[in-house]
Ligand binder design. Structure first.
Ligand SMILES: Nc1ncnc2c1ncn2[C@@H]1O[C@H](COP(=O)(O)OP(=O)(O)OP(=O)(O)O)[C@@H](O)[C@H]1O
Length: 733
């Protein structure tokens, strides 16, 4: 099929061999004008064809064959205008005769060549997830063991649990690094609960917090949550709960800082544990200053405690944070023997080592049960390719649960509504009369930072408990979320860093399960694969033609054209035709009203703005100048590129990003970053700003930093260079 598909695209790419784009085909004068316009576009765009992917010699006959096939297929029909509406059963549900015929989108013309992927094959860092050791081997309270066994239904420890729990029970500080979905949460929860229940004077609720757990986002609160503080909830009710007492306090850094600054009921004098979970994410989101405030506030009231820092990725920032927050820590890293680490099966305890070796920094452990793929898709084909992929997985395969990552909230909203309104209809039955199986197959959900907390929690719960479904989201869902049985992670837009890539794909293949991921890149972004390889991330290629070929299995994309059985076969021409039918479904939907067109334009604008915020080190791969706006517009169901969306227009608006309120409210980069990451913190920045003004000299966080346990000032965290671009980017989330 790959070979057949190869014919398909390359035939389209060759101007000489290209079959008429629409079934009507452009007239000669029109065609000339079109070709000249295209040439102009390529002069202005760096999406001009790069080096060919495969040898032209090898594919020349293939192109010719495809062209001949195309000519044969369309002979004598060049003037017939194809109305996709006629071809779709039940898609629009409107009177087909009354609809004007619409020129089919020119999907397969003038696309850039897809370059050959030359990936260095690297040996990925591997971790063994489970050990054969049972929890009852640990010196834990029998009641705790029976809870783990019977309530949580867990018997054997994971590697990270086996290595961490004894160390933490000994009372040591620890820096724990282990792959996504390997059970890090229990690795610290068990020692915390064991140590708290063993305290001589029985803990009272009114004692206040004994353990403080800092997490980066609001969603991942699970079974052990006696008290949660998170943005998006009413601060007043949180204050009441704090007054009653919370012994294990789990909070996002931003929200806790809000309470430190404005709530009298929060005391840290009894804190025995300070846990920084997902430290890499906390730093990525620019919470260094908040962590500084928290460390100072906790240090001011208590010195005797255990500190634990956990992370799936180990970056320079994480080790620096470990340096100032941990005292003489044990470093626990669950890597395989090849990587020179201790073998968990040998039961050896890890060495005490304050800093990891340089070559370990920024290389990531990926679950061995995760198959990673990449596909290079010209911008014009991106929408149909994603739709085809969804159809393939959710219509033709069983029990698929998929998460699709996008660059911004607006993109999530746009594609969520577009797919919701169009794809289920492709089952051939009007939405109202679809059997329940169709609605579960195409259960679309979305999750992003512009949603109310209540709705976010409901979506999280629904997707968590569902066996199938398609969750469209921003990076708000990339970290810490434990969503069981996810089979596919699709990255429709590339992540801003390899660490983000790891966390996105880490939502599948959790705790030893199998999972797969697909990264969709434009041909001009192909070099990103090398960037991943330099962090020991290996991906294998799926060809776009293979993804599109599923459309030939979809009866409702057949089209109305009466052809022989032979021409209906799953040949390249048929794939092109069906892709065009599907694209037209989207274009028809978008162009069915002015409002929808302007909605699609706004989504396109949001994409361009988000695209402009890739970090400097990735700008040579992701630069707005590389985007062919006309082609990108197609992936928003737009027939033409909207005016005034050029690079210069984007540059002009860049300072304003996509939140008009920012312009008014922010002064300077820092404030901008604060607002952009607001969803991860408290959601009440404005009130904090007010309080800040009032308590300028009184707030604990504003006091001069005192020495922390390592003797270094906490302000050192704040001074650290903000490595991640996320500060300027989380408007995406
Ligand atoms: N020993 C165990 N046996 C079976 N399941 C376990 C065990 N420990 C943890 N789990 C389950 O594994 C899943 C992943 O655990 P957890 O969320 O702690 O992983 P993580 O390493 O923190 O992942 P991430 O880095 O993505 O946040 C959870 O559903 C958890 O209940």
């Amino acid at each position: 099929m790959a070979a057949a598909g190869g014919l398909l695209l390359r035939a389209a790419e060759s101007p000489a061999a290209a079959a008429p784009e629409t079934l009507s085909g452009p007239r000669p004068a029109q065609a000339r004008r079109h070709a000249e316009a295209t040439k102009r576009k390529y002069r202005a765009s760096s999406e001009a064809p790069p080096a060919k992917r495969r040898s032209a010699v090898v594919f020349l006959p293939a192109k010719r064959a495809a062209a001949e096939e195309a000519q044969r297929t369309f002979k004598g029909k060049a003037q017939k205008t194809f109305s996709p509406n006629e071809s779709l059963v039940g898609v629009s549900g409107k009177n087909r005769e009354q609809k004007p015929c619409i020129r089919t989108s020119s999907l397969f013309k003038n696309n850039p060549e897809i370059p050959e992927l030359h990936r260095p094959v690297v040996k990925q860092v591997q971790e063994q997830v489970f050990t054969s050791d049972a929890f009852h081997k640990l010196d834990l309270h029998p009641h705790l063991i029976s809870t783990i066994n019977t309530v949580l239904n867990m018997t054997s420890m994971t590697s990270v649990q086996k290595q961490s729990i004894p160390v933490l029970l000994e009372g040591r500080d620890a820096l724990v690094r282990s792959q996504t979905g390997s059970g890090k949460t229990l690795a610290y929860c068990i020692p915390v609960v064991q140590s708290l229940q063993a305290m001589k004077s029985k803990i009272q609720r009114s004692d206040g917090p004994y353990a403080l757990v800092l997490v980066p986002t609001r969603e991942p609160f699970t079974w052990i949550v006696p008290g949660v503080l998170m943005g998006g909830e009413r601060k007043k009710s949180e204050k009441a709960r704090l007054r009653k007492g919370i012994n294990i306090l789990i909070s996002t850094p931003g929200r806790l800082v809000d309470h430190i600054k404005s709530t009298k009921n929060i005391h840290f004098s009894r804190i025995r544990w300070l846990i920084l979970d997902e430290a890499d994410r906390i730093l990525d989101l620019g919470f260094e200053k908040d962590i500084t405030v928290i460390l100072n506030a906790v240090n001011a009231e208590c010195q005797q405690r255990q500190n634990v820092l956990l992370s799936a990725t180990l970056t320079e920032g994480v080790t620096r944070l470990a340096d100032i927050s941990l005292l003489d820590p044990v470093q626990i890293s669950v890597l395989d023997q090849h990587h020179g680490q201790s073998d968990p099966e040998q039961g050896t305890l890890p060495e005490v080592s304050p800093l990891p070796p340089d070559d370990e920094l920024d290389s990531f452990a990926i679950p061995g049960s995760l198959d990673q793929h990449v596909t290079l898709v010209p911008s014009k084909l991106k929408l149909v390719s994603l739709a085809a992929f969804i159809l393939q997985k959710c219509k033709f395969e069983k029990d698929q649960k998929m998460i699709i990552f996008f660059l911004s909230c607006e993109l999530v909203e746009f594609y969520y509504h577009l797919f919701l309104r169009t794809l289920p209809a492709c089952s051939g039955v009007p939405a109202s009369r679809q059997p329940p199986s169709a609605s579960t197959r195409f259960k679309f959900l979305r999750l992003h930072g512009n949603m109310e907390q209540e709705e976010r929690t409901a979506v999280f719960e629904e997707f968590s408990h569902s066996k199938t479904g398609i969750l469209l989201c921003t990076d708000v869902a990339a970290r810490g979320l434990d969503l069981p049985q996810v089979t596919w992670i699709v990255q429709y837009n590339a992540p801003s860093s390899p660490a983000e890539y790891i966390h996105r794909i880490g939502r599948t293949a959790r705790i030893g399960c199998r999972g797969s991921s697909l990264l969709i890149l434009a041909p001009s972004e192909a070099e990103y694969v090398n960037s991943l390889a330099s962090h020991k991330i290996n991906v294998s290629e799926i060809h776009v033609e293979d993804i599109l070929s599923v459309l030939t299995r979809d009866g409702c994309l057949k089209g109305s054209r009466r052809g022989t059985q032979k021409s209906r076969a799953a040949g390249p021409q048929e794939i092109r035709r069906r892709a065009t039918v599907l694209q037209t479904v989207f274009e028809d939907y978008v162009h069915s009203s002015e409002r929808r067109v302007s909605w699609a334009k706004k989504a396109l604008q949001s994409f361009i703005r988000a695209y402009a915020t890739y970090p400097r080190e990735l700008k040579h791969i992701f630069h707005v100048r590389s985007l062919h706006l006309g082609h990108v517009a197609k992936s928003f169901g737009l027939r033409d590129a909207p005016q005034n969306l050029g690079v210069s227009a984007v540059k002009r608006r860049k300072g304003n990003l996509n939140r008009p309120d920012l312009h008014k409210k922010t002064r300077g980069k820092h404030r901008l970053a604060e607002i952009l990451r607001s969803e991860y913190s408290s959601g009440i920045e404005a009130s904090v700003a007010k309080v800040k003004k009032q308590n300028k000299h009184a707030a604990p966080g504003s006091q001069p930093c005192r020495a922390i346990r390592t003797g270094r000032p906490a302000s050192a965290v704040g001074k650290q260079k903000q490595r991640s671009p996320c500060n300027g980017k989380t408007q995406r989330d």
